[in-house]
Design a protein around this ligand. Structure first.
Ligand code: SF4
Ligand code: SF4
Length: 201
């Protein structure tokens, strides 16, 4: 993955004409956190392992949200390159649930049918959530298979690159062929959360 130049260091002015000032409040209600308390101290970005590969970084996404720049936030690479490690939340002086905000923004990007900031990462995300919807939890072998299926257009080299490693892991019992499933009541609860807004993308 290539390192990204930060969009906030661009000399181009950011247009506020499309600003949605209720955006931060709406995110906060869903993610259970108060974005308006953000101090823009950048501690989150300082600790984020993916910051070099993001266009805004977590502090930038918080600022875009508070400014109501919804389109910018939803089409950023940052929301897809966040790996949900919660390092940012651990160092945030205002205890903002930043990974929860990223989750919400990814779902919002898909439900509004906006361009996806990083399509290959989305293909992995889609494979993961498809497996979670089937079983209530992810099956590693199925995740690998679905990811290969969704990226079939990437060519035979990409398609085969994990085949030997995957086979070795199965033979060493590191991967289990049969998925473990939640009980059906648990699966229906999971399906209420993982709605499947991404299925047609
Ligand atoms: S660490 Fe918290 S308060 Fe500081 S910029 Fe990040 S989100 Fe805002
Ligand atoms: S949860 Fe996402 S934004 Fe926060 S530190 Fe980890 S990768 Fe960075």
């Amino acid at each position: 993955m290539e390192k990204e130049e930060k969009k906030f260091s661009s000399s181009e002015p950011i247009s506020m004409s499309q600003s949605d000032l209720g955006f931060a409040k709406k995110i906060g209600e869903v993610a259970g956190t108060d974005l308006n308390s953000c101090l823009t101290c950048m501690s989150c970005s300082g600790g984020c392992p993916m910051y070099p590969y993001m266009d805004y970084g977590p502090h930038g996404i918080m600022r875009l949200a508070v400014l109501g720049l919804k389109q910018e936030a939803l089409t950023s690479t940052t929301i897809w390159r966040c790996v949900g490690c919660h390092t940012c939340a651990a160092v945030c002086p205002m205890a903002i649930n930043i990974a929860g905000v990223m989750d919400y923004l990814r779902e919002e990007c898909l439900s509004e049918n906006l361009p996806i900031g990083d399509k290959p990462i989305f293909q992995f995300h889609k494979a993961f959530l498809t497996s979670v919807r089937f079983h209530g939890r992810a099956s590693k072998v199925e995740l690998m298979g679905l990811h290969k299926l969704f990226t079939i257009g990437s060519g035979p080299k990409a398609w085969m690159q994990d085949a030997i490693l995957g086979t070795k892991m199965i033979l060493m019992h590191k991967l289990h062929l049969l998925p473990s499933r939640l009980m059906s009541s648990g699966i229906s609860q999971v399906r209420k959360i993982v709605t499947g807004a991404w299925r047609d993308r």
